[in-house]
Design a protein around this ligand. Structure first.
Ligand SMILES: C[S@@+](CC[C@H](N)C(=O)[O-])C[C@H]1O[C@@H](n2cnc3c(N)ncnc32)[C@H](O)[C@@H]1O
Length: 250
């Protein structure tokens, strides 16, 4: 599996507006209980801390201890500059630097495909989450994206993603196998993608796909997009999201 080097992406990651579209995570409310002396939320592979910043603001009236863990010191350094009131730790999802049964709720956003030993990461989630606690894994659903602009303009990214992303049925089985009750939704959006927007995204090059293909593939795809944008505003395409929620039995 190809591994993305976030040290070269961290400085421009937040320049993509898409990185800031983060809704209130209602699953925190679902799990929150003021009876516990410390209710702990972990953002695993927290990157530049955007999810934490948003949820800390949304849940400012709750008594919650927040932790962010990421493998990339450069991504974490961007998060630290935001002054987020969370403990930010360097760590690997496949070897989480936390005690067993120490966390009530975990969020993993747009990151699961990066984990090198994915079954080990699920085992680690099962270890650190308290009985009754939960985890939400939100990610692209690669197998449902047959008309994605990414693969249309950068076809070399498709086999790379096929190798990195885990399909929903497998994810469901892995979490069930580790003692979770699982709910899994796939949400497909079909719409007209505006060239001006997606070209800006491609130029910012914060998406891992665009860092794992060759320079020639990147330049060719971007040139084709710019050429197509000359005679039409948008492109009909799809994007799909996997939303897995798992509650640890007990
Ligand atoms: C696309 S970014 C997502 C960041 C953040 N969750 C967000 O939604 O903006 C993927 C992140 O996963 C981190 N990452 C990759 N492999 C990891 C691993 N094995 N353990 C922890 N973090 C990892 C990267 O450093 C990067 O910050």
């Amino acid at each position: 599996m190809k591994v993305t080097d976030y040290s070269t992406i961290a400085a421009r990651y937040d320049d993509n507006p898409v990185r800031h579209y983060i809704p209130r995570d209602e699953y925190i409310e679902r799990h929150y209980t003021a009876r516990r002396p410390i209710f702990c939320v972990l953002d695993l592979a927290c990157g530049t801390g955007n999810y934490l910043a948003k949820q800390i603001s949304e849940y400012r009236n709750h008594s919650i201890s927040w932790i962010g863990i990421d493998k990339s010191p450069e991504m974490l350094s961007v998060a630290k500059k935001k002054g987020i009131s969370a403990e930010l730790l360097i760590g690997d999802a496949c070897d989480v630097p936390l005690d067993g049964s120490s966390v009530d709720y975990v969020s993993v956003r747009f990151a699961f495909h990066h984990f090198q030993d994915k079954q080990k990461a699920v085992a680690e989630l099962a270890r650190v989450i308290r009985p009754g606690g939960g985890v939400r894994v939100f990610n692209l659903a690669h197998e449902y994206m047959r008309s994605s602009w990414i693969y249309r303009y950068f076809p070399g990214a498709e086999p790379i993603d096929r190798d990195r992303f885990v399909d929903g049925i497998t994810m469901f089985k892995w979490f069930t196998g580790h003692g979770f009750n699982v709910e899994l939704d796939v949400h497909t959006v079909i719409r007209q993608f505006v060239y001006d927007d997606i070209i800006k995204e491609v130029e910012n090059r914060d998406m891992s796909q665009l860092n794992l293909i060759t320079e020639t593939e990147y330049r060719d795809g971007l040139s084709k997009m710019r050429a197509d944008a000359e005679h039409t505003d948008g492109l009909l395409g799809d994007i799909a999201f996997m939303d897995l929620y798992a509650r640890k039995i007990g």
